[in-house]
Design a protein around this ligand. Structure first.
Ligand SMILES: *Cc1c(COP(=O)(O)O)cnc(C)c1O
Length: 368
C-alpha cells in the first residue's frame, strides 16, 4: 500500500480560481503564472488543466518553459527573468516563448546578432522594487533599441512588479502605479498606443488595485486558492484551496503528566495525554518551525501539534478528540486548514509552504 502522505491537487479548483481572476479583470488578458512547478502543484498538469482558458503561461526561468514545451503544452510562455544565453533566445523565438528583458546584458545579447524568426519581448521597468528592470533614465533608449530591432515583434510589453501589494490599500502600490504611468507616458506619446502594451498586476493587485489592471495581468498564488494578502479578506474567501496535504496516524500512545514529546521535549504534558504520531515531517515540506498548537485536522476535528516537527513525523495531542485509530487520515492543510494559517504559525507565507512540498510527496490529481 502506498504511504498515505500525499498532496491531492484539485484541478477544478485551479480552473475556478482562474475564472475568478478573469471576473476581476474582464478587460485584461490574464497570464496564469505556473513558475516553481506551479507553486508546487505540478506545472504540466496545471497547464493541461488551464490551457483551454488562458492566453499564455508565465514561469520564472527558461528551464521551466522547456519542461512545458517538452510535455506538449503549446500556449505562449513568458519567462519572467528572461535569459542571458543567445541559444536560449533562439529557442524562445522558435517555440513561442516570450522573454522578459530586464537588464542591459540581456538587451545587448538580444540585439547584437540576428535571430531567425521574431520574438515577443516584455521590457521590465523598476518602479520601486529595486530587484529587476530598467530605470526611467534608460527607458527611452532601451525601448527604441528594441523597437527598431527587426527580430523583436510588435507590440513590446512594458511591465513592472509591485513590492508591497500584499497589504491592500498600501500607499506604495498606488505610488508604483503612478511611477509606471509617468515612465510609460512618454513612450506612448512617441510611439502611439498601438505599438506598446502594459502589464503590472500580480494576484494581490488584481484583487485590490483596479488602477493596476492593464492589457495583461499576471496572477499566480490566487490560482492555487491561496490569499495573497497578509490579512485574509472577503474576496480571498471565495478562492478554493487547490492542494490538500495529508498523511495518516502511524502510532498512538498515552503519556503521564510532566512527560515530554519529541526531539528536545519542547512540549510537556500538563495532564495525562494521548499522543498520535503522524507520518509527515520537514523532509516532506511540513515546516520545522511550526509551533506547539499549530492545528491539524483528523476525522472532523482539530488537534494541536505538540513537540518539535521531526524529519519524517509530527506528534499531535488527541486527548480531547473522539476516538482516533492508526491509519486515520490527517489533513495538514487544504479545505479545512488554510495554508496561510500554518505559514503564520511557522513564521513564513503560504507561497513558501506549497512550493516546498518535497519530491517525496506524490501529487495525486483529482477533479473535485
Ligand atoms: C511570481 C510573479 C507573479 C505572480 O505573483 P503572485 O503574487 O503569485 O500572484 C507575477 N509577476 C511576476 C514578475 C512574478 O515574479
Amino acid at each position: 500500500m502506498p504511504r498515505a502522505a500525499q498532496a491531492i491537487i484539485h484541478l477544478d479548483a485551479i480552473i475556478a480560481n482562474y475564472l475568478l481572476a478573469q471576473s476581476f479583470a474582464p478587460q485584461s488578458k490574464n497570464i496564469a503564472i505556473i513558475k516553481a512547478d506551479a507553486y508546487g502543484h505540478g506545472s504540466v498538469q496545471v497547464a493541461l488543466a488551464l490551457q483551454a482558458y488562458v492566453p499564455a503561461f508565465g514561469v520564472a526561468i527558461f528551464e521551466e518553459a522547456v519542461i512545458l514545451r517538452d510535455a506538449g503544452i503549446t500556449k505562449p510562455i513568458l519567462v519572467l527573468q528572461g535569459t542571458n544565453d543567445k541559444s536560449e533566445m533562439q529557442y524562445a523565438a522558435n517555440n513561442s516563448i516570450w522573454l522578459m528583458v530586464q537588464n542591459e546584458r540581456q538587451l545587448q545579447l538580444l540585439i547584437e546578432s540576428p535571430l531567425t524568426g521574431v520574438i515577443n519581448i516584455w521590457l521590465k521597468l523598476d518602479t520601486g522594487m529595486h530587484r529587476l528592470g530598467f530605470q526611467e533614465s534608460d527607458l527611452e533608449r532601451v525601448y527604441q533599441q528594441l523597437k527598431y530591432c527587426p527580430w523583436v515583434s510588435d507590440p513590446i510589453v512594458l511591465c513592472s512588479h509591485f513590492s508591497c501589494a500584499s497589504a491592500p490599500n498600501e500607499e506604495e502600490t498606488v505610488l508604483a502605479v503612478e511611477r509606471f504611468q509617468t515612465m510609460t507616458k512618454r513612450i506612448k506619446k512617441i510611439m502611439g498606443q498601438l505599438s506598446v502594451a502594459f502589464s503590472l498586476a500580480n494576484s494581490a493587485a488584481l484583487l485590490s488595485q483596479p488602477s493596476a489592471l492593464l492589457h495583461w495581468n499576471r496572477p499566480g498564488i490566487m490560482l492555487y486558492g491561496i490569499s495573497p494578502f497578509d490579512e485574509p479578506d472577503k474576496t480571498s474567501l471565495a478562492l478554493q484551496p487547490a492542494m490538500t496535504l495529508q498523511s495518516s496516524v502511524i502510532a498512538i500512545r498515552e503519556i503521564n503528566t510532566g512527560e515530554g514529546v519529541g526531539y528536545g521535549k519542547n512540549w510537556l504534558a500538563t495532564r495525562p495525554s494521548i499522543i498520535a504520531t503522524v507520518a509527515i515531517g520537514y523532509a516532506d515540506g511540513f515546516p520545522r518551525h511550526a509551533t506547539n498548537g499549530t492545528p491539524v485536522y483528523i476525522n472532523g476535528q482539530f488537534a494541536p501539534l505538540v513537540g518539535n516537527v521531526s524529519m519524517d513525523m509530527i506528534t499531535v495531542d488527541i486527548t480531547d478528540c473522539h476516538p482516533i485509530a492508526i491509519g486515520d487520515i490527517v489533513e495538514l492543510w487544504g479545505k479545512n486548514i488554510n495554508v496561510n494559517e500554518i505559514a503564520q504559525r511557522a513564521g513564513t507565507i503560504g507561497y513558501e509552504l506549497v512550493t516546498r512540498v518535497s519530491a517525496r510527496i506524490p501529487r495525486v490529481y483529482a477533479n473535485g
